[in-house]
Design a protein around this ligand. Structure first.
Ligand SMILES: [Zn+2]
Length: 881
């Protein structure tokens, strides 16, 4: 049941539109602190109309007029419901075209990062303005039918201070108004300039962009095999051109890769990437004008490896949106998953060509299994999980792990079920059918069903419309005399619903580490119990199931012995499953310790760990994952055991540090990350491996371990090495921890992405003083509470600091910070409060404290201005809210 008081918007709120929007002429004039806009909307009535409702949020309405003669008309503006109702001078018959003109002003904000807002301004330059319209930002600029279906052509004219280097909107520069392709000075006022853009391809309002600012430009071009050229531009903060050189190379590679792999050619002449500093999101596709946060858009010596990998992903992601999002647009926000799931899937495919694909997949599973924002964790909490939501308070709520991670897994499963060829055929049919228009979930599945001839109703029902995931267990039995292998698969599930339809990849592996040919397969599972028999096969050494994780959910192999898991770690041809088998072995020790902190650690796991530690032939990326000791358990029932998992991890790290210190240090010293490499990507895995080794070493907490970490911090040239060294220093009782943090602050405070990296270290480590350090940090004049990247980086890491968080002080701290942030940035406040999503599953002693903190947040937060936050907290509290 849907709690009616809990949500603002339901699908039924998105009925048929009264009008079809045909064309918009907009003049946007930046005048001091306000922006004045004149907008002429050309529409056609879809039914007989005597009034029309436009969306208009926080605008001052100066005039509304009618027809080509601009006759004034009556209107009512209800600010609370953001509705501008225009009383038409006569009834407009269905099918009739008409025009309305509005003149309005808006006041760009520092902290509401929607509509036009104030971005960081380069020194000595006029105030920088940028816009974000997804989902309902356009109505903060001009009155509009702010609906994905209101696609129309546009002509946009911008007038602003002549000192800006760029005035930008969607479309091509109108040669009629700007013959040189540059803005022209305003007649009679040389301090102002004007430019007009013509956008002849119908576009949804959420993709609108207007930006005025001061940027340097790096330009290049890419030529498709067809001979068509696309001009590429990077608009960067003054003096930062060098940071765009590698991203430009990545962009060129990804445009051609995307053209070939997705059979798609970009339709416009110019593709711009615009650096912005403040955003609640990493980037936004605005048809030809992608905005990306500067710290992710530019790559330089301050870019961490994580940021570098993100840069590869976000560049191709935003470019893919030209096809999936801009050309074929979702019908309502309820179909937003369609835009994102497919786009993330394409982004992942590209990442797999640029990085070690095994490691890339391991990192994707890290996102699936992440303890707070990961979709499995969201579903474990039981409040959400449906990819196609039934209701929401704010469309920003849809930007989460369900839309971006679970939904991408669903697309991946669909490809495994249909096979790459079948998937491609259906995908192309879908894009061909809906290009230039809108498509919803039904239309997407109809295309796939028609093209493949398959019934996907079960697949669709459980994956898109139910909360939860399958918990799959298998048993296998080899009958030696009959030479047959029987595999029994059973599924139950988290959440209410029926059996899932999913692909299960598998192979039986022989003792020389080779797949037994006929057993390597993708099994389609649709029932709660299913059995597969392979005849005439030799005895397998072990079974390798769920290779590369072929379905979204959890998996247990109940028949594999410890020896078989060890064999799998040593020689499964599927490298991903070698790491997965190691995680299972680690998990056996971890779970013992969660249940009994004084339990002895078995012999098999440390010995295998040692063997891997000494194995120099393993690829570095895989080796780092094999040796990494995480806090998370693969068995999700232990997720709410935050303190116990934290302690168990420390025991396991202490065990390897105690037993293998010499070899850990030896392995650490052997890896050279100090020699500079020409390409930043080189050394990616080596640095990660060194970080994993150092984390185990510092668990010993000895002066020698402290020194090793400190020396690493000073010897390293790459910021990722420095960050992992500092992170390890924060985890132990290093006497100079504060001094080294100050050193890092001085080194990084003037560079945005480095400063953000620094901020993210403050709330880490086991020292209870960390809370005070976070407070002190927030008081420094470098810290900007209205800067979303600053607040996210400083506050969010504490929510995963399970050594400190689950105390009176930690729980109260979360409530205090959420209340403080709510009026400044609701988005970050929601990220923070999510650490309490499992409140009902917490241990007896913690649950009342967390409930109390949630109640305090609910009472302290303004439900009208922060509906999404209030709704989220109410759902955590359930009926007791
Ligand atoms: Zn996206």
């Amino acid at each position: 049941m849907l709690d009616k008081t809990q949500f603002r918007y339901r699908r039924s709120d998105f009925g048929p539109l009264d009008v079809s929007l045909k064309h918009l002429d907009i003049e946007v004039c930046f005048e001091g602190e306000t922006v004045r806009a004149r907008s002429r909307l050309r529409m056609e009535a879809c039914k007989d109309l005597s009034r029309i409702r436009l969306d208009a949020r926080n605008l001052d309405i100066l005039s509304v007029s009618w027809g080509p003669e601009n006759q004034p008309v009556e209107y009512e503006y209800n600010r609370d419901s953001s509705a501008l109702t225009v009383l038409l001078p006569q009834t407009i018959a269905e099918g009739t075209s008409f025009e309305l003109t509005t003149v309005t002003t808006c006041v760009p904000s520092d902290s509401i990062l929607e509509g036009i807002y104030k971005d960081a301004t380069p020194d000595g330059c006029p105030q920088q303005y940028i816009s974000q319209c997804q989902q309902w930002g356009f109505q903060r600029i001009v009155p509009i039918i702010d609906d994905c279906r209101a696609k129309c052509t546009m002509v946009t004219t911008i007038e602003a201070d002549a000192r800006y280097t760029h005035l930008i909107s969607n479309g091509n520069i109108s040669r009629e108004h700007n013959p040189s392709g540059e803005p022209v000075l305003k007649p009679g006022d040389p301090s102002r300039k004007i430019i007009t853009y013509d956008n002849p391809i119908p576009m949804a309002p959420y993709l609108f962009l207007v930006a005025v600012g001061t940027w340097d430009v790096l330009s290049d071009e890419v030529v498709y095999p067809s001979g068509r050229k696309i001009r590429l531009e990077y608009l960067v903060p003054p003096g930062r051109i060098d940071g765009a050189r590698l991203p430009m190379e990545i962009l060129k590679t990804s445009v051609l890769w995307q053209g070939q792999s997705q059979e798609y050619e970009y339709a416009h002449d110019v593709y711009r990437t615009i650096c912005m500093e403040k955003s609640n999101f990493g980037g936004m596709e605005n048809v030809g004008n992608t905005t990306i946060v500067t710290d992710a858009a530019l790559v330089d010596e301050y870019t961490t490896d994580r940021r570098l990998a993100y840069a590869y992903g976000v560049i191709v992601h935003e470019f893919e949106h030209n096809q999936c999002g801009s050309d074929v647009t979702m019908v309502t926000p309820f179909d937003m998953w369609l835009n994102e799931a497919f786009t993330v899937d394409v982004e992942r495919q590209f990442t797999h060509t640029e990085f070690d694909p095994t490691v890339a997949r391991l990192e994707e599973m890290g996102a699936v299994r992440a303890p707070i924002v990961g979709p499995l964790a969201i579903e474990d909490a039981g409040h959400e999980g449906k990819i196609v939501r039934e209701a929401f308070n704010d469309p920003d709520e849809l930007v989460d792990g369900l839309t971006y991670v679970k939904a991408a897994e669903v697309i991946r499963m669909l490809r495994l079920i249909l096979g790459p060829k079948g998937f491609r055929k259906a995908k192309n049919a879908y894009f061909n059918r809906y290009t230039g228009g809108n498509a919803d979930t039904d239309q997407f599945f109809s295309s796939f069903q028609e093209e493949s001839g398959r019934d996907l109703s079960q697949f669709r029902k459980e994956w898109l419309h139910s909360i939860g995931y399958p918990r799959v267990t298998v048993r296998h039995r080899y009958d030696a005399p009959a030479r047959s292998l029987e595999v029994s698969i059973s599924q139950d599930r988290v959440g209410d619903g029926g059996a899932f339809h999913f692909p299960l990849t598998m192979a039986a592996v022989d003792s020389s580490g080779v797949d037994i040919a006929c057993t390597s397969s993708v099994i389609e599972v649709k029932d709660t119990e299913q059995t597969v028999v392979f005849n005439d096969v030799p005895k397998p050494a072990f079974m390798s199931f769920n290779r590369d994780v072929s379905f979204y959910g959890t998996f247990e192999d109940n028949s594999s012995t410890e020896d078989q898991l060890v064999a799998q770690v040593r020689y499964d041809p599927n490298l991903f499953n070698r790491a997965e088998a190691m995680s299972r072995l680690t998990d056996r020790e971890r779970v013992k310790l969660i249940l009994d902190p004084s339990a002895p650690i078995g012999e098999t796991w440390p010995e295998l760990y040692h063997e891997i530690l000494l194995d120099h032939d393993l690829p570095q990326g895989l080796r780092s994952h094999l040796l990494s000791i995480a806090e998370m358990s693969l068995q999700r029932e232990y997720l709410p055991f935050y303190c116990e998992r934290y302690q168990a991890r420390k025991r396991l790290l202490g065990e390897v540090a105690g037993r293998f210190m010499g070899d850990l240090v030896g392995a650490f010293d052997e890896i050279d990350t100090y020699t500079r490499t020409p390409n930043l990507k080189d050394g990616y895995h080596a640095r990660h491996l060194k970080a994993v080794l150092l984390r185990a070493i510092v668990e010993a907490d000895t002066p020698a371990a402290h020194k090793l970490a400190e020396d690493h911090f000073h010897a390293a040239w790459h910021i990722s090495d420095k960050v992992s060294a500092l992170g390890c220093i924060r985890e132990c009782t290093h006497p100079e921890s504060k001094k080294l943090m100050s050193e890092a602050f001085e080194m990084w405070k003037d560079h945005l992405s480095a400063y953000i990296t620094y901020l993210s270290l403050v709330g880490t480590g086991g020292d209870p003083e960390a809370f005070d350090l976070v407070d002190e940090e927030a008081r420094r004049n470098t810290f900007r509470p209205d800067h979303p990247s600053h607040t996210r980086a400083l506050y969010v890491p504490m929510t995963t600091n399970n050594g400190l968080l689950w105390t009176d002080k930690g729980i109260e701290w979360v409530a205090d910070i959420v209340l403080m942030l709510a009026p400044i940035n609701e988005n970050t406040a929601i990220r923070l409060v999510s650490c309490f999503q499992l409140v009902e599953k917490l241990a007896e002693d913690l649950r009342p404290m967390v409930r109390q903190a949630l109640q305090r947040i609910l009472h302290g937060v303004d439900g009208t201005s922060c509906p999404a936050l209030a709704g989220r907290v109410r759902s955590f509290l359930g009926s007791g809210a």
